[in-house]
Structure formats: structure tokens, C-alpha cells
Design a protein around this ligand. Structure first.
Ligand code: NIG
Ligand code: FE
Length: 421
């Protein structure tokens, strides 16, 4: 049996220990241990606590040693909303937006998601994989150890399957864990738009042809819908998510990003794993989330990148008792970043979340959004040794140094996947 690994020198060890997801006041409880240590055995946490306690055991004494020299250690970030596989940037649209065009205007002219669909269909699986590998290495370099990844730039049988198969291949070829989501319902593709019943026909294709294939090949855990004007209506979203659930895909939904559609209440009603964005929610939506187990995933990178002024009402959601998570929404149209520390910075300054709340939202609550809270999201005995180590004196400096990368080491299942001590 390989030796265990004793990690010491954590000036602040943020354990995030405790039961279940964090709501309300408990969101700021990081379970910090000063001068903490961890014992890692076979990729799992065998012991965690103050150095004096952990290093005393016989196993710790004979273990391999790693001294972090006084750094801040936290659970690896869980990025619970990404559009990992895409063929290239949309920098040309970025410039148009700066000059005054809105995201929706660009989409109506065939840009936006359809622009990325064109690019993806023209790209080989090999080229997409190469790009994704580079992105995954970048995620790791910012302290992320698990991501969710959505399809949604293929929008036909061949290309949606091409994306989902890449999720699976990438899971086997590199260390980050990937939770795969089927987002065939991103928008109605070009070839269905000419006919009046095109949207209905596309929904039928999704439900009768594509989803059964995704389920049969076990290519996704979740089914997502972009419920938005110009994308899918509330009724269509419900039909698609219900069908997904019947085929074993747990629902999640893009809700109230640019307009209010009622998607949040639908998410709460059907017990979706998460509803994401939420810039346009009203009081009833907030109340519904406060009472539900559906995670409210906030994506401030979108508002920042699009230059929008209306960020989600994080404080009201937290006060109502909602399970708030944070994610990058890494995608070429609205949030081209894979840096969770940058998202924490935006959460602090724009959503008025404290650094502690932002960290809990990006770890344990995000793990809950991916239904993985029993394995990841906190540093507790029996959980995976997924860690992010930051070269800072105090955890508040992680969001404080915005746009900088202070992550000095990342570990997945006990293996260093980025940096060194
Ligand atoms: O989460 N809203 C839908 N999907 C993305 C945008 C995708 C795109 O513009 O390419 C989002 O913001
Ligand atoms: Fe998204």
C-alpha cells in the first residue's frame, strides 16, 4: 500500500465541515482550523485537524510529508455551471457589445449561441478536445477540482453527442472531475427556424431522438434548458425537463437571466438540482427558493462581461434561506472566464457577499448543486482530498487580489495537479 501523505503548514485550513448545504447565517461558517494538517490516504482524507493532533498518529509519523509553509488551504472549487466545449471565442461580438449592441440584438441577427453552433459543427472532435484540455488545465491552475459541463453548441444529434462523448473522454484523460449536462435545449437551431412549427419540431427531436440516445449511452447526469425569450418558453422547458427526468436526467435550468419567465418557480416545483443566473427574480421567486432544496446558482461573470448593471440579489436570497452557489458560467458569449477567484471577487464587490460566504458558495453549496456533497466540497474525513492551496496570509485575500492568480497548488484525490509547494 502506498504511504499516506501528511500535509502540514496550513496557516488557515478552511474545512467547510458540517451537515449539508449552507443557508442564511451558516453560509459564512468556514470551519477554520489555524495551523491545520491533513492526512491523506488513497486519495481520501484520513484525518484533519490541528497539526498537533493529526501528526501524532503512527500512520502520520510514517507518512510522506508535505509542508505548505503557512498557506491557506480550502476544498478545491466546484464550478457547477460551465459550457466547457466550444470551438472558439466570440471576440468579434464583444467589440459590438462595447459599441452598444445588446446580447439579444446580436443573437437575433444570427450571432450569439448560433454563431458558436456554426463554429462547433465545423470543428473536429480532436480540435475541441485539445481546446478543452487546455481549459481544464487552466481551471486547475485557479484551484478548481470539479466542474459541471454542458453540451448546447451542437444542437443536432451528431454534434450534441460529439460534445457529450468528449465530456466522457476528458473525464478519463485528465484529473478534473466532470459532471455532464445535456443542454440540447440551448436555442432552436437555424435549420428549424424557417417553419412556424420549427420550435415544436425541435423539442420533439430532443425528446424522442436525442434524449433517449443520451440516456442509453449514459452520457449525462443532468438535463438543462435555457428558459428565456428567444430561447425556450416556460411550457417547453417543463416538457423538456419532465422528459429528461423520465429518462434519468436530473433537471437544472437557466432562469431569469435577461427576462423573467417563471423558470425559478418551475425549478422549485420540480425539485431541480439548481436554477442559475436569477438576475430578474421577483420577491415570490426568492421566497420559493428560500423554501426549496434547489440551489440558486449566481453567475456574476455574465453581468460583468456583458456590462450589465443588474446583478442577482444575493443578499435577499441568502436572507430568505436559499442555498446560494457561485459558478463561472465559462462560455464564449457571456462569461469567458474560468477563474473562480475572479468570480469570488465579483461576488464580494457586486453581490455584496462576504469572502467567507463566497467561498462556501463556491465549494460545499456548489458540490450540493452537483449532488456530490457527500464526496467533495469540504475537507472532512472520508471525503476526497481535493484541495486548493493559496499563497496568501488570510483567506479574504483570495477575492481581494482580483484578476490575479494566487493559487499555488491544486490537488485532486491526493495528487498534485497544479503547482507545487
Ligand atoms: O449561461 N444563457 C445561456 N447560455 C449561456 C450563454 C451562451 C452563449 O452566449 O454562448 C449563459 O449565459
Ligand atoms: Fe450557462
Amino acid at each position: 500500500m502506498p504511504a499516506a501523505l501528511l500535509i502540514t503548514g496550513a496557516s488557515q485550513l478552511l474545512t467547510l465541515r458540517g451537515r449539508g448545504p449552507r443557508r442564511g447565517n451558516s453560509l459564512c461558517n468556514l470551519g477554520i482550523i489555524k495551523d491545520g494538517a491533513l492526512l491523506v490516504r488513497e486519495g481520501l482524507i484520513a484525518a484533519v485537524g490541528p497539526r498537533g493532533k493529526v501528526e501524532g498518529s503512527a500512520e502520520a509519523k510514517s507518512a510522506e510529508k508535505m509542508d505548505l509553509g503557512g498557506r491557506v488551504v480550502l476544498p478545491g472549487f466546484v464550478d457547477s455551471h460551465t459550457h466547457l466545449i466550444h470551438a472558439g471565442s466570440r471576440a468579434e461580438e464583444y467589440e459590438l457589445k462595447i459599441e452598444g449592441a445588446s446580447y439579444e440584438e446580436i443573437a437575433r441577427k444570427g450571432g450569439g449561441i448560433l454563431n458558436s453552433v456554426k463554429k462547433l459543427r465545423a470543428a473536429t472532435a480532436g480540435a475541441l478536445k485539445k481546446r478543452a484540455h487546455a481549459a481544464l488545465a487552466q481551471f486547475a491552475s485557479y484551484g478548481t477540482t470539479t466542474i459541471e459541463a454542458k453540451s448546447g453548441y451542437g444542437l443536432d444529434v451528431e454534434n450534441e453527442l460529439k460534445i457529450l462523448e468528449l465530456h466522457r473522454e476528458l473525464s478519463g484523460e485528465q484529473p478534473l472531475e466532470i459532471a455532464s449536462t445535456f443542454l440540447g435545449a440551448h436555442v432552436v437551431p437555424e435549420e428549424f427556424r424557417a417553419r412556424a412549427d420549427g420550435a415544436a419540431k425541435y423539442v420533439e427531436l430532443l425528446i424522442s431522438t436525442l434524449m433517449p440516445e443520451v440516456a442509453r449511452l449514459e452520457l449525462a447526469e443532468f438535463c438543462d434548458v435555457f428558459c428565456e425569450r428567444g430561447a425556450f418558453t416556460l411550457d417547453q422547458s417543463k416538457t423538456i425537463l419532465d422528459a429528461g427526468r423520465r429518462q434519468g436526467l436530473a433537471p437544472r435550468i437557466h432562469a431569469e437571466q435577461l427576462s423573467r419567465t417563471g423558470a425559478t418557480q418551475l425549478a422549485a416545483e420540480i425539485g431541480a438540482a439548481s436554477c442559475d443566473h436569477l438576475e430578474q427574480v421577483n420577491k415570490d421567486d426568492i421566497r420559493a427558493l428560500g423554501k426549496s432544496n434547489t440551489v440558486a446558482t449566481l453567475l456574476p461573470g455574465c453581468d460583468f462581461h456583458l456590462g450589465l448593471k443588474q446583478y442577482a440579489q444575493a443578499r435577499a436570497l441568502i436572507d430568505a434561506g436559499a442555498i446560494v452557489a457561485l459558478a463561472t458560467d465559462y462560455n464564449p458569449g457571456t462569461s469567458p472566464t474560468l477563474s473562480m477567484p475572479m468570480i469570488l471577487s465579483l461576488a464580494c464587490t457586486q453581490l455584496r457577499m462576504t469572502p467567507a460566504e463566497a467561498i462556501a458558495a463556491a465549494t460545499i453549496n456548489a458540490a450540493y448543486a452537483l449532488r456530490r456533497e457527500k464526496r467533495i466540497g469540504s475537507l472532512e474525513v472520508g471525503k476526497q482530498a481535493d484541495l486548493a492551496v493559496f499563497g496568501v496570509a488570510d483567506y479574504r485575500e483570495i477575492p481581494y487580489y482580483f484578476g490575479m492568480n494566487t493559487c499555488s497548488m491544486t490537488m485532486k484525490r491526493g495528487v498534485v495537479i497544479h503547482g507545487a509547494v
